[in-house]
Write a protein that binds this ligand. Structure first.
Ligand code: F6P
Length: 302
């Protein structure tokens, strides 16, 4: 069976990748680039792979990187994919690596913010990343004991949020509101820094935290401040969970290459690593189901 210890092959050239376990980032210095938006981009990829004697490409990334990998596979490039994004928004895998590290960083930030929130009786709004999925906000908010968690998956009523905040003050416990960068108020437009699109057609998110803090201060009469965690969530040393997951994905990816099983994405299902068609991972975003949000809502305002 694919993934069984007996099926694993020692990766070739392992000496060249020694010492990267405690490091974040791309190591190679590669970044999210859309070759389909560059004239001759795909031909250049094929030429480079051939001239460098590269047998196969292991694409490591999220929706955009693996979306490109899916199209490259259709064009005959030998490629397998490994799901890596802090957003945890890829279908067909229970978790992507990077997510657990980001959640732990956000949770630790929330833990630290309780001090100021309680000492100075302020509302603290923490804006976290995650693009159009609320996984980071949901997990960090639950783990950090947030008073309210706001996700892109469900528009929020700012008056309701203000009520939760006031209730928390009544309990002599300062409120921390965790808001995902993609969350939106009921009747407003998404709050953005700018409307520019990147080469994959994504708007740059951010700004909802500041807007929300201003609204809450006006509605509750209590000082409200914003903390935007931004790229801090994507930096530093990976968690143990992410190190183990990425190592297991890597072993399975090398096996797939050796077996010529291209066009596949490695996926975590329960505790097993399996291979699924690349397009299953990227076809549709994996967002937070409503029933998961409902679990968290039990604690709002308490
Ligand atoms: O997809 C990962 C992610 O960190 C998102 O959570 C965030 O919206 C985006 O990337 C930020 O990308 P950039 O650093 O290119 O602005």
């Amino acid at each position: 069976m694919a993934g069984s210890p007996g099926g694993l092959t020692k990766p070739l050239g392992i000496a060249e990748v020694r010492g990267i376990l405690p490091r974040g980032g791309t190591i190679l210095g590669s970044s999210r680039t859309n070759p389909f938006k560059i004239d001759g981009g795909v031909e250049k990829i094929k030429e480079n792979l051939a001239s460098l004697g590269v047998d196969a490409l292991v694409a490591i990334g999220g929706e955009d990187t693996l979306g490109v990998a899916t199209r490259l596979d259709e064009l005959g490039v030998k490629v397998v994919g490994v799901p890596k994004t802090i957003d945890n928004d890829l279908n067909a895998t229970d978790y992507t690596f990077g997510f657990d590290t980001a959640v732990n960083i956000a949770m630790e930030a929330i833990d630290r913010l309780h001090t100021t929130a309680e000492s100075h009786h302020r509302t603290l709004v923490v804006e976290v990343m995650g693009r159009h999925a609320g996984w980071i906000a949901l997990h960090a908010g639950l783990a950090g004991g947030a008073n309210v968690i706001l996700l892109p998956e469900r528009q929020f009523d700012v008056d309701q949020v203000a009520t939760y905040v006031e209730k928390r003050f009544q309990h002599q416990y300062a409120p921390i509101v965790v808001v995902a960068e993609g969350a939106q108020p009921l009747d407003g437009q998404m709050v953005l820094h700018n409307q520019e699109l990147d080469s994959f057609g994504h708007v740059r998110l951010g700004g909802i935290g500041q807007w929300l803090a201003e609204q809450l201060e006006a509605k509750t009469g209590k000082e409200a401040r914003t903390v935007v965690l931004g790229h801090i969530q994507r930096g530093g040393t990976p968690s143990a969970f992410d190190r183990v997951l990425s190592t297991r994905f890597g072993l399975q990816a090398i096996d797939a290459v050796h077996e010529g099983d291209f066009g596949k994405m490695m996926a975590l299902r329960g505790t097993d690593i399996v291979r699924v068609p690349l397009k299953d991972g990227t076809g549709e975003l994996k967002t937070v189901p409503l029933e998961r949000y409902t679990e968290a809502e039990v604690f709002f305002g308490s």
